[in-house]
Ligand binder design. Structure first.
Ligand SMILES: [Zn+2]
Length: 118
């Protein structure tokens, strides 16, 4: 029995390419998820910083408006990035679980992580 190795290799390569593409997609996707979480906490941090500057300013009486403007600029940039990340996720048509926040396939009925109905 002769095995057609070229055909076998082609088939294997095709499978491998498909698996690699899927893996890349998953990595891209989780990276987006991670970025959104990081962006949200970074925005929170910046708001805290802003509040602290504001507090100090009134407590001590120094004018730190410049610093505040800088932080506000930072927040604006982060918000834009978050909006972009949100849009990217929405473009993938996912359903976010109301219970655990996991992004599921738009066609899924139940959350892949916690099993709640979407
Ligand atoms: Zn869930």
């Amino acid at each position: 029995m002769a095995i057609n190795f070229d055909e076998f290799k082609a088939g294997a390569k095709d499978l491998f390419d498909k698996a690699a593409a899927k893996a890349n997609e998953a990595i891209d996707y989780s990276r987006t998820q991670l970025d959104r979480g990081q962006l949200r906490s970074k925005i929170k941090e910046e708001y805290c910083k802003l509040g602290k500057i504001c507090y100090d300013m009134h407590e001590v009486g120094d004018d730190r408006t410049g610093e505040m403007k800088q932080v506000i600029g930072e927040i604006k940039q982060l918000k834009t990035k978050l909006e972009e990340a949100d849009a990217a996720v929405n473009a993938k048509k996912t359903k976010e679980c109301k219970f655990c926040g996991t992004a599921n396939d738009a066609t899924s009925e139940y959350c892949t992580k916690c099993g709640e109905k979407l």
